[in-house]
Write a protein that binds this ligand. Structure first.
Ligand code: PMP
Length: 395
């Protein structure tokens, strides 16, 4: 059943090829790296490693050029329609990117009495920076109200009708998540702009969407002002990531503070990773992981002790649904009798690497003992079938 392109693609991941007995099912935490990315890093370090922006010599100039070329590459990857106005900043990951928006842009933009809407049940990285910004402003005597982005109770998806009603004249900023890191559902962010109105800047946490599905800021339905993502979840090295700012609404983002030496190797890896992803094709990646996700969800649904979190099961069963309604490579579930840690150990004894501890979700769900299986394009049908067989044997 595995198509040939997928088998060839998987061979490009040395760590996977070296461990045929193991199944890596924790890609929402970080992805594995294809040889093209490892080679780009090796080539850079052995031909032109230097600091950026310092040099009168070729290695330094080459490093500076690589940084600038990667900024352009990020814009191109996101289908940026206005690359002359927008900006790309390199970060260590999504957490740092969101914090940069909060600290260096939002605190300069908000005025006393303003209101912001942010997610209270998504990843903590998309809540804490906004609360910190409110605190910073409060210390300067500027009072800002932080309100929860309305969500539908069971799915975690945003409630766009309630959102439209919640947006008022003092609403000045909205933060949202593209794909939820626990439920795996697309949060229907294509409905955000219509719900929020034309003037309010929107910041998108794209940690679980970049590299998994097309993220195109030229799409009028994805009219967001910031896209923040982790390179390391999208085939690049640990400690890499980027923040894209459209700079069309509100002031221009100018990251403050001493920037220091950039993570040049991370940036080099990011460029190679984006090249690799575009060669494979984000649409093809999305179709592959959605099919695997549906296969696993369908099996789990028929096994009594398992509960799949998020209420998109009925949707996920129908792979003919538009991409926006599918789960994207993440299935989080509970066993009625086996605690998540134990289930994690049992699964590893069979060679499956899953996430079985805290999922960093803000709010109550963190307490619920669940196991997360998260996939990328290198995962196979046979991995899903072997996993399903082991899970069935525990039912
Ligand atoms: N947001 C979401 C939706 C995530 O899934 C993650 C990583 N689990 C983060 C933010 C944080 O990313 P990073 O660890 O790269 O800062």
């Amino acid at each position: 059943e595995e198509t040939r392109w997928q088998a060839e693609l998987r061979e490009q991941f040395p760590i996977l090829a070296a461990h045929p007995d193991l199944a890596y099912l924790d890609s929402a935490a970080t992805s594995q790296k294809p040889r093209a990315v490892l080679d780009a890093v090796q080539t850079y370090l052995t031909t032109s490693n230097a600091n950026a922006g310092r040099g009168t010599y070729p290695w330094a100039n080459r490093t500076t050029e690589l940084l600038e070329a990667t900024r352009q590459r990020v814009k191109e990857f996101l289908h940026d329609p206005g690359p002359d106005r927008s900006a790309v900043h390199f970060t260590g990951g999504t957490t740092e990117g969101l914090r940069t928006v909060a600290r260096d842009w939002l605190t300069a933009y908000l005025r006393d009495g303003d209101e912001i809407l942010v997610p209270f049940t998504d990843h903590r990285a998309n809540l804490d920076p906004w609360l910190e910004a409110r605190q910073l402003l409060a210390e300067r005597g500027v009072d800002v109200r932080v309100r929860a982005l309305p969500t539908q109770a069971a799915s975690g998806d945003y409630d766009h009708r309630a959102l439209a009603a919640a947006v008022g004249p003092r609403t000045r900023f909205v933060a949202a998540t593209h794909v939820h890191h626990v439920y795996g559902g697309d949060m229907n962010v294509h409905r955000l702009r219509a719900a929020v109105g034309p003037d309010v800047p929107i910041c998108l946490d794209a940690a679980q969407s970049v590299g998994h599905l097309p993220v195109r800021v030229d799409d009028p339905a994805l009219d967001v002002d910031f896209v923040v993502f982790s390179g390391h979840k999208a085939m690049a090295l640990p400690g890499s990531g980027a923040l894209w700012a459209r700079n069309a609404r509100g002031p221009v983002l100018r990251p403050g503070g001493w920037q220091g030496t950039p993570n040049t190797v991370g940036v080099v890896s990011l460029r190679a990773a984006l090249d690799w992803l575009d060669t494979v094709g984000p649409d093809r990646i999305a179709r592959w992981t959605a099919a695997l996700t549906t296969r696993l969800t369908d099996r789990l649904r028929h096994l009594a002790p398992y509960e799949v979190l998020g209420c998109r099961d009925s949707l996920a069963a129908d792979s003919a649904l538009p991409a926006a309604q599918r789960r994207h490579g993440i299935v989080t579930f509970r066993h009625s009798d086996i605690p998540s840690d134990d289930l994690g150990f049992i699964l590893y004894s069979h060679g499956f690497m899953v996430r079985a501890d805290s999922l960093c979700q803000a709010g109550a769900a963190e307490k619920d003992g669940s196991v997360r299986v998260s996939l990328h394009v290198y995962n196979t049908v046979s991995e899903i079938d072997r996993l399903s067989t082991v899970l069935a044997s525990l039912a």
